[in-house]
Write a protein that binds this ligand. Structure first.
Ligand code: KG4
Ligand code: ZN
Length: 356
């Protein structure tokens, strides 16, 4: 077996059917088949539809990932075991388990959150991009549709959760406010696009200004946005509430401004309290260019480098980040008995084996 394991990984935690092949931390293929259009009309992920589509699509998506990677000999199979939607996770786990048994390969169970955190370690097929010289301790900031977490990292597998959201995640708040503005599903990226042309002229409260800790909360801001839209929406010429493009742009910018202030205040505080040597950013909300700019600015003021995944596909849910995480587990021989492999929908951030 070569020093660098070649791993087929499967990720089906929500509504993207994903498979990838990685060699060490290099990405040989990364297939993401989005189910969005099937869930769109319901305004959210429907578990039964997600389950059926994962089952139907997995054989094709896995075959494509293997083919795009040149059908290499595999060293192991990796699967996401949680957190996520139970019926979705189940499909990926079953498929991975059966494949591992039939091909007599070891199986590696991966936490989706660790996958997002380690996505900046992913390198291109030729190894040209991606994080090469990590310096620890690192501060990881994971901002996605399901999580908003600050993690202190002393090395791979040595994590301490510093803070997380007390209610909604940042991406979830984007999606919900986008829905109030009738921007479609998932509306987060559309809202962010609208915000680019708007001015933050509406007063929406920055969350938790009276608390100086590393936790987040977005439900108050979401409620304030709803109240504003119900009560204070400017009227059109006929006196009816006007959801004009200009209003949506300014409202989106105002909402985003409050989200960014909240995120950046905690980010800066985490840097001050824990003096990291580098920053890792991951999760779907990191697709937001304005947010990345702010994070880089904050980190620069503290003389810190910010590392993000080398491609946009690695920010949102994908299987390559699962493969990269699995490669580190492979090196530590962290394999799971296929018979005890199970979905863990409420899985938290992996705890460190030694206290940090
Ligand atoms: O990481 P991800 O693909 O899924 C989870 O694990 O949750 O993140 C998806 C989230 C969605 O809530 C989506 O609205 C948000 O990321 N998102 C954005 C942007 N692009 C995606 N939020 C703000 N600005 C964006 N440009
Ligand atoms: Zn995710």
């Amino acid at each position: 077996m070569s020093k660098e394991p070649t791993i087929l990984s499967i990720e089906t935690s929500l509504d993207d059917t994903c498979a990838a092949v990685t060699r060490g931390t290099r990405v040989l293929s990364n297939i993401v088949s989005s189910q969005t259009r099937y869930h769109e009309e319901w305004g959210g992920t429907v578990p039964d539809i997600a389950k059926r589509l994962h089952k139907e699509w997995l054989p094709k998506v896995v075959a494509l990932a293997l083919k795009s990677a040149g059908n290499p000999n595999l060293s192991a199979i990796a699967v996401t075991i949680g957190p996520g939607l139970a019926p979705s996770l189940e499909q990926g786990i079953d498929f991975g388990k059966n494949l591992a048994i039939s091909r007599k390969l070891p199986i590696i169970a991966v936490n989706h959150l660790e996958g997002h955190l380690l996505a900046p370690y992913a390198k291109t097929r030729r190894g040209t991009r991606g994080l090469t010289n990590p310096v620890y301790p690192a501060l990881g900031f994971l901002i996605s549709g399901g999580h908003t977490e600050l993690v202190l990292m002393r090395g791979i597998g040595e994590y301490k959760l510093l803070g997380g959201t007390l209610d909604d995640a940042a991406g979830e708040a984007y999606d919900k406010v986008a829905r109030m503005l009738l921007l479609g599903y998932p509306g987060g990226p559309i809202l962010a696009e609208m915000a680019k042309s708007g001015k933050p002229i509406y007063r929406l409260p920055e969350p938790m200004t009276n608390r100086k800790d590393l936790n987040f909360s977005f439900s108050g801001l979401k409620t304030a946005a709803r109240h504003f839209l119900e009560r204070d929406l400017p009227a059109d010429e006929e006196g009816k509430p006007a959801l004009t493009k200009e209003f949506i742009q300014d409202f989106a910018a105002s909402f985003q401004d409050a989200v960014f202030r909240h995120l950046m205040k905690r980010f800066r505080l985490a840097i001050e309290l824990h003096s990291p040597h580098m920053i890792l950013l991951g999760g779907g909300v990191v697709s937001n260019v304005a947010l990345r700019k702010l994070a880089r600015q904050t980190a620069k003021e503290c003389a810190l480098d910010v590392h993000i995944p080398y491609s946009k596909k690695l920010f949102t849910d994908n299987a390559a980040m699962i493969g990269v995480t699995a490669s580190f587990k492979f090196a530590r021989a962290e394999f799971t008995d296929p018979r005890s492999l199970d979905r863990l929908p409420n899985l938290n951030f992996p705890k460190s084996s030694a206290p940090l």
